[in-house]
Design a protein around this ligand. Structure first.
Ligand SMILES: C[S@@+](CC[C@H](N)C(=O)[O-])C[C@H]1O[C@@H](n2cnc3c(N)ncnc32)[C@H](O)[C@@H]1O
Length: 348
């Protein structure tokens, strides 16, 4: 393994290996088309039709803005049940509007200025060095399977996506916290706002014992994570079942029925149906993008989800990097909503 060339810091340093060419090389086209894609998109459209009947989750905070500005094509495809177009969108995902807001660095292409490409490579290399120092693992665990059209940095034979070092670090921390917190029964992690499923995948890759990972998110992003996780575990041959949760409630009996690991995808509006309890509740950069009301509603329901221990709140991985300007007011509003006044919050 290469020794790190920088060390963790909250300031953005210049990494000695960063270059615009490195970023462009990591962003070459990797689009794929697999036979199984159509089965997954058919299932997504079936789920969408069923979920629409009772009403779907309403995005709030940054997400109402993201949906309004980037999701019109996606919504149109879902509402028309257009399997071909959905397949085309997911096969190029991470590079189109379907994943707006889910990946923290935009793809670099021929039209991207050199300085932006340089920053892309620099940020990822800094994160990679931090990961090397904190996780001390073989970098092959960061290599993203070619699902959709992923981009990042090519380091050795591995293609490392922009958020994967952070996801993998969280996966490692969650595994060690589970050892301390675990009660009887199958180990259960509740993730609020899992995005495309990066942290979940890293946890599954690291875990040697069966786990129940519950992801509560807006339906449109659950579909992306369904496609990503289901495709990745097939390619990596990890024995995991991905399941949809809705009615009836997700009970402990249901969780314990399977001996293997399972990922449950639950629409945000249905989180009151999670009755199985969990050892840890985890969010990373999802509370900070919801409205205060959504955060409070979620936090209020956590004890009813059987959670008696804590909410894990993660700070940004290394950099003070933000896609959009965060005003003092919005930060204060979000922060106040999750301040540890209920004694349920703990830092990861
Ligand atoms: C920036 S993404 C973070 C993704 C992932 N946790 C990560 O760290 O890469 C924020 C996620 O929060 C989700 N989200 C927004 N509002 C939500 C709500 N009310 N309930 C659950 N998830 C929500 C979004 O759909 C999105 O998947």
């Amino acid at each position: 393994m290469l020794p790190p060339q920088t060390h963790p810091t909250i300031s953005v340093k210049r990494h000695p290996s960063a270059s615009a060419d490195l970023a462009r090389h990591g962003c070459v086209d990797r689009s794929t088309a697999r036979v199984g894609d159509v089965l997954l998109t058919t299932d997504i459209l079936r789920q969408w039709e069923a979920l629409k009947v009772a009403g779907t989750s309403v995005p709030t905070g940054e997400w109402s803005w993201i949906f309004a500005h980037y999701h019109s094509e996606y919504e149109d495809v879902l509402n028309h049940g257009d399997n071909d177009r959905l397949c085309a969108l997911l096969r190029t995902c991470f590079r189109n509007n379907l994943t707006a807001g889910l990946v923290s660095q935009c793809v670099c292409d021929d039209s991207t200025p050199d300085n932006a490409c340089f920053d892309f490579a620099n940020n990822l290399l800094l994160d990679f060095d931090t990961w090397t120092e904190l996780c001390d693992s073989n970098r092959s665990i960061l290599d993203v399977p070619t699902v959709g059209n992923p981009y990042g940095l090519t380091i050795g034979n591995a293609v490392i996506m922009p958020d994967t070092p952070r996801h993998d670090y969280h996966a490692k921390r969650l595994a060690s916290l589970l050892n301390v917190r675990h009660r009887d029964g199958k180990r259960t992690i509740l993730e609020i706002g899992g995005g495309y499923g990066g942290a979940c995948l890293q946890f599954l890759r690291r875990s040697s014992s069966p786990i129940c990972w519950i992801n509560v998110d807006l339906e449109q992003n659950l579909f992306v994570s369904y496609f990503f996780i289901a495709s990745c575990i097939k390619l990596l041959e990890v024995p995991v079942r991905v399941r949809w949760g809705g009615l009836p409630a997700l009970t402990r009996d249901l969780v314990e029925q399977s001996q293997n690991s399972e990922v449950w995808l639950i629409p945000a509006r249905n989180h009151h149906l999670i009755e199985c309890g969990s050892d840890i509740a985890y969010n990373s950069t999802s509370f900070s993008e919801m409205s205060r009301t959504s955060i409070e509603r979620t936090c209020k329901r956590l004890p009813r989800m059987g959670l008696s221990s804590s909410i894990i709140r993660t700070a940004p991985f290394v950099r003070g990097h933000s896609r959009r300007e965060v005003t003092r007011r919005s930060w204060q509003r979000n922060f106040q909503s999750i301040k540890p006044s209920t004694k349920r919050c703990a830092e990861l």
